[in-house]
Design a protein around this ligand. Structure first.
Ligand code: UDP
Length: 249
């Protein structure tokens, strides 16, 4: 198969393209949605653009709050420019509320509030279905040293505090999320990947009677319908909140 010029890597939801500056890349968000390690797949018009827009606004918010990220700016509606980073092959999941795989693999009841939050680290390896790691296994595999792992855990807790407030302001409950980190050209650890309803569980706080309304990828995973509507709703709420803050200044 002929390789598209400039295409460095194509993943499940994004394509990474070369940038004229070798320290940068262009991240294009695709319209593809996948779940259960791509065993379930579909395409939704506009999904790439929504995730790119949502992610860029969240990265801007995190940068304003001194979190080092790979994000440099938007290139167009569905692409962003980012620092080229060497991805650390772990997926860092932070859970504020028990749900999803945690409840399938343990006896903890869905909806249990986790205080302090739980950080679960998985090996980023699709062919092994991203297995859960232990600190000892991380050492054994020499994936990352102790100090850098501690830096990532501290950054994840700080990001959680910021994101919880960010989403609370737009009436969303941040249940859990997945982060990826990498080393930039200065060997500094920075937040990479994306932050969108694809990798966060977000429950609508406007609901009464304790009904869970997911405005995230669970709508696709669990065939709940209204997938693009949910992502659009999040993007709109973020815009309204940002505009109201700007008007106050
Ligand atoms: N997640 C992700 N990519 C993965 C696995 C999980 O972005 O490969 C996110 C997921 O969207 C959720 C959080 O990480 O917000 C926790 O997911 P969980 O481990 O409960 O797995 P799931 O139930 O999604 O299989």
């Amino acid at each position: 198969m002929q390789r598209k010029i400039g295409l460095i890597y194509e993943g499940k939801a994004k394509k990474i393209h070369a940038h004229e500056d070798l320290d940068k890349v262009i991240i294009e968000f695709k319209d593809d949605a996948t779940a259960f390690n791509a065993k379930k797949k579909a395409k939704f018009d506009g999904k790439g653009e929504l995730n790119c827009q949502i992610s860029s606004k969240i990265f801007e918010f995190l940068v304003e709050n001194d979190i080092p990220t790979h994000y440099l700016g938007l290139k167009n509606k569905n692409s962003m420019i980012a620092q080229k980073i060497k991805i650390i092959p772990i997926e860092v999941v932070l859970r504020n509320i028990a749900y999803g795989s945690l409840c399938k693999q343990t006896t903890i009841k869905p909806g249990t509030v986790l205080n302090p939050p739980l950080i679960d680290i998985y090996l980023k390896n699709d062919s092994l279905d991203d297995p859960l790691l232990t600190k000892e296994r991380i050492n054994l595999l020499k994936i990352i040293n102790k100090k850098d792992l501690e830096t990532i855990s501290d950054m994840t807790l700080k990001i959680n505090k910021l994101l919880k407030t960010f989403f609370y302001n737009i009436k969303l409950n941040l249940v859990d999320f997945k982060l990826e980190f990498g080393y930039n050209s200065e060997e500094r650890i920075v937040l990479g990947d994306e932050i969108s309803p694809d990798n966060c569980r977000l429950w609508d706080l406007n609901q009464k009677n304790g009904i869970i309304v997911s405005l995230d990828k669970d709508r696709f995973r669990n065939d709940l319908g209204g997938f693009i509507d949910a992502y659009t709703e999040i993007n709109n709420r973020i815009d309204i909140f940002i505009n109201s803050k700007q008007n106050k200044c």
